[in-house]
Design a protein around this ligand. Sequence first.
Ligand code: SAM
Length: 230
Amino acid sequence: MKIGFRKKFEEHRKLLVEMLKREGVIRSKEVEDAMLAVPREVFVPPQLADRAYEDYPLPIGFGQTISAPHMVALMTEELAPRPGDKVLEIGTGSGYQAAVLAHIVSKEPEGHVYTVERIPQLAHRAKRNLIHALGDLSSSVTVYIGDGSEGLPHFSPYDKIIVTAAAPSVPKPLVDQLAPGGRMVIPVGTRWSQVLVTIEKHPDGRIETKYGIACIFVPLIGRHGWSDPT
Ligand code: SAM
């Protein structure tokens, strides 16, 4: 019975990846392989597992969401992670985006994904999801609890930084923690609508900012984000 379920999910995953390729969202072999390898059904609540391969965000509790697969693919393509990269993710949520990144950076030479979540219960669940989905590869991801708008200075600088919650402006600590030659992708705007912003820090330290597609993310709550609504 369990094998039947696994096969069904695998087929749905392949169909979704094919669709995202046809739409031009998945452009690279790295992102294609990672999205084919990571079982999204592990990262959604069990009662929503049947909807894991619909291209929508889904609720994961505490008013938060796992992003839609096309958004994960699009942000990963834009971030362009490479094997050996040290990546910082802000907004662990379910752990799915971190798993996709880990799949790419952990190839030789081995990189690492540091991911920060402000809601402790989600961080604990994400750790379990990552072990379940990635097995040994889960040692390439470390989940921290805290205010990611301050970054994670201890392990900086990072080759890549991805923020999966919406900020009112680009948090300065994150720019400071980006390595020269590094790249950051972050949704910036109001609480209800944003633009995907790509920041490049050139080797000479010069910052270049590019504005991409419109998007809607839950807010980045913290010192360099929005204040807590509660
Ligand atoms: N990347 C996630 C995934 O793959 O499931 C989805 C992220 S969800 C859209 C945004 C997450 O950012 C939420 O879990 C929320 O609690 C978290 N968040 C919001 N503000 C944060 C902050 N200052 N530091 C860390 N996490 C934060």
